[in-house]
Design a protein around this ligand. Structure first.
Ligand code: ZN
Length: 217
């Protein structure tokens, strides 16, 4: 079942030498008013992958969402973001001024970054135990919270680094974690949000098609 929080699916088709995006294929092209047929294979609509996932269905993952509201409705590119980590049952562990929370709802529209490779069985077995023990440590008591230096990000990254060191791998600092994993996904999400809101407002969104490259026979 699709989660309504994840938003409506978006499709893309070609017409009038443009890429046209909408929630469903219209009977007529919004630009030339001609019927949209899919007689030609290259005109057949394709679905656009949604950068958001229901975080409660992700295991061993780092999640990102706006502190207030959702990406598709409220996010403006500068909104505060909140981050957390899922256990194997989709419970999202996260830290704020009230301490550690174990959320079973509220992360239905998140950007998700998997933290384990499919062959890391040992860590998978211990994950919930590690996450729970880590979260119970005095470091994450409410009074230790500091908005800039001891926040949700420090909580998740410290946990990730504990895991990495168990594996004998190098630690990540906040900048390289952000650059390597977070920014590529938030950029993609921002594009999708622009497209999605334009479709909501105007019924469609269009872009120029890139110059056609010679396609293989
Ligand atoms: Zn057209």
């Amino acid at each position: 079942m699709r989660c309504p929080e994840a938003g409506k699916p978006v499709i893309k088709f070609n017409h009038c030498q443009k890429f046209i995006y909408s929630f469903s294929v219209p009977e007529r092209c919004p630009l030339c008013r001609q019927e949209v047929g899919s007689r030609k294979l290259e005109e057949a609509p394709i679905s656009i992958s949604n950068p958001f996932t229901n975080g409660h269905q992700e295991k061993y993952s780092f999640l990102l969402r706006p502190t207030q509201g959702t990406f598709l409705r409220e996010y403006d590119g500068r909104s505060d973001l909140h981050v957390g980590i899922t256990n194997t049952n989709g419970v999202v562990y996260n830290y704020n001024i009230q301490g550690v929370h174990r959320d079973e709802a509220g992360w239905e529209q998140s950007i998700s970054i998997p933290l384990l490779q499919p062959n890391m069985y040992g860590l998978m077995d211990q994950w919930d135990k590690y996450l729970e023990e880590f979260s119970n440590s005095g470091a994450w008591l409410p009074h230790r919270y500091e908005e800039d230096h001891h926040n949700c990000y420090n909580y998740t990254l410290t946990f990730i680094n504990c895991i990495l060191s168990t594996e004998g791998r190098e630690r990540l600092d906040k900048n390289n974690f952000t650059e390597k994993y977070v920014l590529p996904r938030t950029k993609k999400a921002s594009k999708y949000i622009t497209l999605y809101r334009a479709i909501e407002e105007h019924g469609f969104y269009m872009t120029d098609q890139p110059q056609q490259e010679a396609s293989p026979p």
